[in-house]
Design a protein. Structure first.
Length: 434
């Protein structure tokens, strides 16, 4: 097919017939036929939840298409233009994505395990000879610039020399992935799993790797200028082999910080003894920014006006803590427990509260004889602009509806009765990123 001509654009009826025959083909029905929409113009079409496993979509134009929840496992998308499309929750394991364009597309929660994203050049036969595609998508390196890959599953994916600059890979699973020579400049990779990955020669300048796992990752000759590595796990990863300048790491332990940890330990005894031993931590207005405080227990602590900016607080306990007016901007609070905490007027801009509990809590015995009393967490007046609220529990929380505008809100539990259709998880809430 000469790509200099106009691309065929199947009708809605044609596509329904293709899908019906393809489903028969998947069921091994003799009358079935494998879907082949190669080089077709499918821009703006609706394929949500369609089963296109193993379909041929070589060189197809799928810009602005809706494929959320679609099954594209083992599909051949070589050289296709998939830009500005919705692939959220799609199944794309082992799909052939060589030479594709995926910039500005959404892949939140998609399964991209084992995908092939090597460079590729789309060719067609004309006058008996092979020529490079002219009016097809731009070929060569795969482009996922500015793509949203929030919590995408990409274990073992081949992404060498791909363009992932400014992409959102927050919480993405990239263990054993090949990212050698990839452009990850200014990418958001907070809490991503890069265990055993190959990042040799990759451009990680200004990349945010807060709380990421880089155990045994190969970063030889990678560019980490200005990268953020606060709270990152680097076991077996020799970052000395990377080019570093202005790299932001967790703050070194200072005498003042050591004194704070003495208070934290005394606070632990106060909690364990129901107030009979130790002392309640009063860390009002203290600077704890850019610190690795994973798993810290500050339940019931006085933390009014404290600065936790860009700190890693994953799995931390802040039950009944007073965080009024605190600065948690850019902090990572994944799986943190903030039940009954007072976060009134707190700055949570850009904070990650994925899987966090921000609900009600019974009064602790250390606070006196108030058995049976419960306190609701409060986000009254808190700034949640660009905050990530994914599978966050907000049951009983004091919160104005307009406070969630500008935040990323998905699968949030707003009440104890909230469950999905299967009864085994929280429902989807409104979606959106600023």
């Amino acid at each position: 097919m000469a790509l200099g001509r106009s691309r065929p654009r199947p009708s809605t009826r044609d596509l329904a017939r293709v899908q019906r025959l393809h489903l028969q083909w998947l069921a091994r029905d003799e009358e079935g036929r494998q879907a082949d929409l190669s080089f077709c113009d499918l821009s703006g079409r609706y394929f949500a939840d369609w089963n296109l496993a193993g379909a041929k979509l070589v060189g197809a134009r799928l810009t602005r298409a809706d494929l959320h929840g679609a099954n594209l496992e083992r599909a051949d998308l070589f050289g296709a233009d998939l830009s500005n499309s919705d692939f959220r929750g799609a199944k794309m394991a082992r799909a052939d994505l060589r030479g594709t364009i995926l910039h500005d597309s959404k892949f939140d929660g998609a399964d991209l395990n084992g995908i092939n994203m090597r460079e590729g050049t789309l060719l067609y036969r004309a006058h008996g000879a092979l020529e490079e595609a002219r009016n097809g998508p731009v070929t060569g390196r795969v482009s996922m610039q500015r793509a949203s890959l929030f919590r995408a599953r990409m274990e073992g994916a081949y992404l060498a020399r791909s363009n992932l600059s400014q992409a959102d890979l927050t919480g993405a699973r990239l263990s054993s992935a090949v990212l050698s020579g990839a452009n990850l400049q200014s990418a958001m990779m907070r809490n991503a799993d890069l265990t055993d990955s190959d990042l040799s020669g990759a451009n990680l300048s200004r990349c945010d790797l807060t709380g990421a796992t880089l155990d045994r990752a190969n970063v030889e000759e990678s560019n980490m200028d200005g990268a953020v590595l606060i709270g990152a796990s680097l076991e077996g990863c020799d970052i000395g082999k990377a080019m570093q300048r202005n790299t932001i790491l967790a703050r070194p332990v200072s005498p003042a910080f050591s004194d704070i940890m003495v208070s934290v330990r005394a606070h632990g005894r106060w909690l364990d003894s129901d107030g009979r031993d130790g002392e309640r931590a009063e860390l009002e207005g203290l600077d704890l920014s850019q610190c690795d405080l994973r798993g810290i227990n500050l339940s019931g602590a006085i933390l009014r006006g404290a600065n936790f900016q860009r700190s890693v607080l994953n799995d931390g306990l802040f039950v009944l803590a007073d965080l009024t007016g605190s600065n948690l901007s850019g902090a990572s609070l994944v799986r943190a427990r903030l039940s009954g905490a007072n976060l009134s007027r707190a700055n949570l801009r850009g904070a990650d509260l994925s899987d966090a509990l921000v609900d009600t809590a019974p009064i602790h015995a250390a606070f006196g004889d108030m058995k049976g009393s419960e306190v609701a967490a409060s986000l009254s007046g808190a700034d949640l602009t660009r905050a990530v609220l994914y599978q966050t529990t907000l049951s009983g929380t004091v919160l104005a509806p307009d406070q969630l505008e500008g935040a990323f809100v998905e699968r949030v539990r707003f009440s104890a009765e909230d469950e999905d259709e299967n009864g085994d998880g929280p429902p989807e809430g409104p979606k959106g990123r600023a």
